[in-house]
Design a protein around this ligand. Sequence first.
Ligand code: NDP
Length: 326
Amino acid sequence: MFNGMLIEKDDQGYRTTVKSIDESVLPEGDVTVKVLYSTLNYKDALAITGKAPVVRTFPMVPGIDLVGIVEHSDSDKFVVGDAVLLNGFGVGESHCGGLATKARLKSEWLIPLPRAFSPQQAMAIGTAGYTAMLCVMALEKNGVTPDKGEILVTGANGGVGSFAIAILAKLGYHVVASTGRVDQSEYLKKLGAKDIIDRATLSEAGRPLAKERWAGAVDSVGSHTLANVCASTKYGGTVAACGLAQGMDFPASVAPFILRCVTLAGVDSVMRSLADRTEAWKRLGEVLDPAVFDDIVHEVSLTEAVDVASDLLAGKVRGRVVVDVN
Ligand code: NDP
């Protein structure tokens, strides 16, 4: 038996509880990990609350991120005692995840815990921070350099947004943060945002083309916001789109793409190649200032995490939540 968060769905409905779980619940995998820390991402909050059909099979241990120590390995890639990191690959959705003291995983999903980070720091970054770095890499790949002009980050107080601001600012970009919580401006400026705009200026239906402002953008919001961001991106600019906090729809026109050569770069973290993951985590280790964690992170227990999931979906959580599963 091990302790963890379990999502069940049956005649009694959809429910998430912290309880003692039989090991038989764990799926097949060649590496068993003693989990040290997990996190709460937007997707975890959807799974825990049941607000969207994220979980594919029941019962399910949620948690798309984990850091832990290998306690059994049938793989020649990892030995007992190795510290490992996992982000995504459907873990916490269709394969039991990190919000528990034990996980059984496929070795090809794991990467060694980067030397630059402690287990807590790696989980503070988690999928949100690693996705923020993938978005920044997408901007770089498309030639968006700091001299090109302002970079917009939407969903600024969220996990992806907070890390995107910190990374871009450290790389020398002029970052503008879009938020519904302008009262958090001090936090956003401490992370490195130069200017703050109210997200309400982007969240309603807009014109196909607006005044050119952004050299690039990292968008974790989708819907009208993403459409308006594309419409106000400068000629040749790139928008990295990774999220749907406002909505999954994209009510836009092709005008920015065919008249201003704007690139819309889709960013997925879940099925990303090992090479891209390793590169993103290496870059995170080079770029992130350790002091940033004090500002972005707060830690909760497994039991507290169940309630915090609702707060996260309600937009009440700032930055990142690390879960101490033990
Ligand atoms: P968070 O909940 O931490 O942050 C989301 C932020 O979006 C909020 O803090 C809020 O910022 C803003 N927001 C919330 N609701 C709205 C709304 N209705 N309209 C406009 N803005 C809103 O989530 P994460 O940062 O963890 O994830 C953000 C998004 O990115 C999610 O949709 C998630 O699924 C997606 N994602 C995708 C990944 C991928 O692989 N493609 C990986 C990781 C995340 P503020 O208060 O500052 O306005």
